[in-house]
Design a protein around this ligand. Structure first.
Ligand SMILES: [Zn+2]
Length: 157
């Protein structure tokens, strides 16, 4: 797959991390430019591996092998602080708008690729709201979990 590089320096280096999860987010910002700027900001101290534009372009900000700072305090089963074990994908969306078809198409292609590459279980493809339910609501009620489930990429309906 082809990615457009938009590097962020907000990450930790670790040797041989095990990627067990994919965590889906929305940016929750007014537009793409502001969202990417924030994901590169030294002050904000947040980042992600991938950002998907409304048109379906995929930007890579942090290499898969490094730990991006997208999940924060989080938990799933026995795993805590999922940044170290996950890949973060941010969808450009202000939190109140429908996800365009091309954006979801690219998301599905990306998830399929990562799922095969890292042998990620479909039950480990989750939203930020699942792993930090008291703090986060993204990717929100408009996110098409059912469609992902139909494609065999999620167990959330
Ligand atoms: Zn999030």
């Amino acid at each position: 797959m082809k990615f457009i590089k938009k590097n962020s320096n907000n990450y930790d280096v670790i040797t041989n991390r095990k990627i067990k999860y994919i965590i889906i987010h929305y940016t929750g910002m007014k537009n793409q430019k502001l969202a990417i700027k924030r994901l590169q900001s030294k002050v904000a101290k947040v980042s992600t591996h991938y950002v998907i534009s409304k048109k379906g372009l995929i930007f890579q900000m942090v290499d898969d092998k490094n730990i991006a700072w997208h999940a924060g305090k989080s938990k799933w089963g026995k795993d805590i602080n999922l940044n170290s074990k996950s890949i973060g994908i941010e969808l450009v969306n202000n939190g109140f708008e429908k996800f365009p078809k091309n954006q979801i198409k690219s998301l599905i292609r990306l998830i399929k690729t990562l799922k095969i590459k890292y042998k990620i279980k479909k039950s480990h493809i989750l939203g930020h709201s699942h792993i930090a339910p008291h703090r986060k609501i993204d990717p929100g009620p408009l996110f098409p979990w059912f469609y992902l489930a139909k494609k065999g990429l999620s167990k959330i309906y």
